[in-house]
Design a binder for this molecule. Structure first.
Ligand code: SF4
Ligand code: SF4
Ligand code: SF4
Length: 346
């Protein structure tokens, strides 16, 4: 009887195809699951937006903005324990998949990947940031995260004697989040496409929300995972990514710095190829899509681990199975396979 080597089977697998199906199923659940009585909680580490009529759960960012809309006295009283409790629930969700929530589950991430597919099928090329812009722009998500925390706090508390902010600023990020405006459209709900004329603050925030939604659609068409680069959820996740059980591990001794991994990376992380010292190679923009592991031709140079167990490793055979040719190719031909695809979408 023919034995199946499970490890080899997984290492040779086309993870990107598997990811496509997981994303599709997740998108369906996170946009329509509520209609099927699915309930996943309200502290999810992705944009499962409660403004979507069919949403089965809520994004943690909405909850934390509500919770921080309290006085210091409340926050540091026993009621403040509920803030820690909801952070704990967020972490419990997050700890299992780490940043793979972004690569496999988040509906807003999936939508960007679908827009990329559309752009690709129409034959348009995509843009990448140069290294300097990459370094400068990536700071924006941390600024957004800080504002998302500080603005709700400043509604009920005065900072440095400054006047408190208007109550119209509660949940400020949700007002500008593209998930709130775009995802309900998949339920045929256009109610979030509006400008709130209640006061100047709401006019500004809701107008900004429409602009961000338009920017999301146009930006994702020309730049892969355009919004993820600025996403405060990604910034928050990265703060805790060291405790995630799922890890992307690099063995710098086995890396030849061929650059295949960074060429296929949709968010343009160059350290995945250039950094040969870090073992835990997850960077803040990484979404754990695992395309880099698929594209690495060096045995064990990149690996996905859960605790100490390898679950998916870069292998020469897997690389050739995914990128064409056979494992009988000479090593010198490996680079040709990917370099010939260098300016195309992977
Ligand atoms: S970075 Fe933000 S928008 Fe992108 S997949 Fe992650 S949570 Fe979703
Ligand atoms: S693809 Fe593999 S060998 Fe090439 S640079 Fe990346 S980690 Fe190193
Ligand atoms: S570094 Fe690898 S896992 Fe992370 S986003 Fe890039 S290709 Fe995906």
């Amino acid at each position: 009887m023919k034995k199946i080597n499970i490890k080899k089977y997984i290492n040779n697998a086309n993870v990107s195809r598997f990811r496509f199906w997981i994303q599709l199923i997740s998108f369906f659940i996170f946009v329509y699951g509520g209609y099927f009585f699915i309930e996943i909680g309200s502290r999810l580490p992705i944009f499962s937006c409660p403004y979507v009529p069919g949403s089965p759960g809520g994004c943690y960012l909405l909850g934390v903005q509500h919770e921080l809309n309290s006085t210091w006295h409340t926050i540091f009283s026993p009621r403040g324990i509920s803030i820690l409790k909801s952070l704990g629930i967020f972490l419990l969700f997050f700890i299992f998949l780490n940043k793979a929530w972004c690569g496999f589950v988040c509906p807003l991430g999936t939508l960007q990947d679908w827009i990329t597919r559309l752009r690709k099928s129409l034959g348009f090329s995509f843009t990448r940031y140069d290294e300097m812009s990459f370094k400068r722009l990536k700071v924006i998500k941390y600024i957004l995260l800080a504002l998302l925390i500080l603005i709700p706090l400043a509604i009920n508390n005065s900072f440095f004697g400054l006047p408190k902010l208007s109550h119209s600023m509660h949940t400020p990020f949700c007002k500008i989040c593209p998930a709130r405006t775009i995802l309900p459209l998949f339920n045929g709900d256009t109610s979030q496409i509006y400008i709130d004329f209640t006061d100047t603050t709401t006019i500004i925030l809701t107008s900004l929300g429409l602009m961000v939604a338009a920017l999301f659609l146009v930006g994702s068409f020309v730049k892969k995972r355009f919004f993820c680069f600025f996403c405060p959820m990604s910034a928050l996740q990265f703060l805790f990514s060291k405790i995630g059980l799922l890890r992307l591990i690099k063995n710098g001794d086995k890396c030849t710095r061929c650059g295949n991994c960074s060429r296929v990376c949709d968010v343009g992380i160059t350290e995945i190829a250039d950094d040969i010292l870090s073992k835990n190679i997850i960077k803040d923009d990484c979404m754990m899509c695992l395309k880099c592991v698929e594209a690495c031709p060096e045995e064990g140079a990149l690996k996905v681990k859960v605790l100490n167990f390898d679950i998916f490793s870069a292998t020469e055979e897997g690389f050739f199975k995914r990128y064409g040719g056979t494992s009988k190719f000479e090593t010198s031909n490996k680079d040709d396979v990917l370099n010939s695809n260098k300016n195309k979408d992977e």
